[in-house]
Design a protein around this ligand. Sequence first.
Ligand code: K7E
Ligand code: CUA
Ligand code: CA
Length: 622
Amino acid sequence: MRGYVRFLLAGLILGIAIPLLMGAAKDENPAEVIYHGPFERDAYYMFSSSGQSGGVFVIGIPSGRLFMDLPVFEPRQAYGYAGIGTPEREMLEKTGGLWGDTHHPRLSHTGWKPDGKWLYINDKASTRVAKIDLRTFRTVLIKKAPNTQVWHGIALVPDRNGTTKYVCANGEFEAPIPPRPGLPGGYSEKLIPPIGAKVPDDWKSPVTCLDAETLDPVFQVISGYGNFDIMDNSPSGRWLLSNMYNTEKGANIDEMIKAPEDVTQFLDVWKAEEELKAGRFTLVNGVKVLDARQSPGLIYLLPTPRNPHGIHCQRLDTRVHGEKSLGKDTVCISGGKLVPRVYIYDVSGDRPKLVSTPWVGLGPLHVQYDGRGNFYVSLFVDSQIGAYNIEKAIKFPNDPDKYTVDKIDIHYNVGHLSTVMNYSTPKGDWLISQNKMTKGLPGFLPTGPLEPEVQELIDIRKITADGKGKMRLIYQFPTPPEPHESDFVEAEKLAPLVWTKYKKPYNEAIKFVGPGESRVVRSGPKNVDVYLTAVRSRYGLDEVRVKQGDTVTLYLSNIERLRDVTHGFALQEYGVHFAIDPGDTQKFTFVADKPGVYWFFCTWFCSALHMEMRAKLIVDPA
Ligand code: K7E
Ligand code: CUA
Ligand code: CA
């Protein structure tokens, strides 16, 4: 009898539980969402900075698959990027060095949407910005600017039609700039008490805006304050926001955390353009420098949480809010590392206003949006991500129960968080948590005292416009060190624009060597030019003969017509390696100072006869 009751009960429970589970499985099974079987393509490209790896990770979302570890500020021999004697190497060396610390990638826009043309990213360490051609996924330009030290935050400012016009960058560290006679204040909304002014007054950290095409500086702006961290622009392109954590002008950490509040600078880009036109600038090291102390209304300073980090502006999802919302300014939100609040600014008018300071949790760093009216904050100390409703957080700033939508644990210590296409037309589907610590995460294979970085995919599709619903952690994937921020474009938009082979002329400065054009030309008493083709699976010459002491310039063209057939070139004893993609030509220069016979060989497995793809460099003794 007892058995029978148990059987009945079990049946009852299963009868309820099975349909429930099946119902849940129907739209909630994470495997169905993120698993991409053979031949299945991701919906988005995610371009994530790779931090101290010096480049960009190209990752498919939602699968989390790593497609490319794209080199920018560091030579990468697998891609033949910036090898010894190449023009890329020279560009890196001229602008600061052979390593970088990348932070904030941004995609170029046309009409406020990613146009699939360029990707920009900064190197904090050497105050540089790079431009990557998305037809080829190659770094094509790297530049720096004078009068500034350490670019941390960057933003792409659009013109009035939403097309990328400037790449602007924050100088984080103060550096001396020739002092100028300044007018006293008058531009500050709230006086920040000067505490321990240890950094000299003529040390500035300007905001620098570069021409998006050439990366040459168009203007810089200085004020009575300095030290900028993270930057964003309002969608219209009018406001450029910079967070400042050292309002105290302290020279060490104790000084830098003294003031109860710091400052967000709102730079009116349209006003800056008027000032430039009116000639109200000074040339400093060839750069037009605007001084906010002499141009009232050029900047506004508003209080920000003590030692702020992230400042991010809302873009609206056009599917929810219509095409006109694309360039519409609404709110920007700043997080502060040392107080559990974020500050919400209304930037829709002619003057930015602080409208709310809601409580969010411990260690708020960065803020993202879903385009439906909610914002998401990374809480570094709490190891959580919080979701909040903007309207309610403005209406009921002292009632977290009213505006908090949901909180979710992450693993661990989230830095940046990225909602898909947050910097253009937010999709409101996925949120990627880019965490700083893995801390022996169960399920991750240990890799020594240093563990891989973990990124977590969070489903935010259930969060509604009126601030209801739950986030859901559905996937964890590792990446090498150390992703900071990400930008996104739809795969269906970018994939068709990506070249399958190089088109001519891609680099006018380097002449393509066509089939049958391989030759050795003595161009001077001590100069030899070598023109060489590569095709499966031989070089255009079996032997290259030079004299000891010759400066050899090699032009190597890959004359393949098939996509993805890349060849390599590794030269024994000379430390030379590069890779050339189909249709591409590379150039490098070296001095043949060691007499002897040296095999050079292909390093990319290009055909069944790849091993046979080798030839001789003969250096005759002088
Ligand atoms: Cu890593 Cu954007 Cu440089 Cu914050 S920054 S975490
Ligand atoms: Cu060409 Cu291997
Ligand atoms: Ca401070």
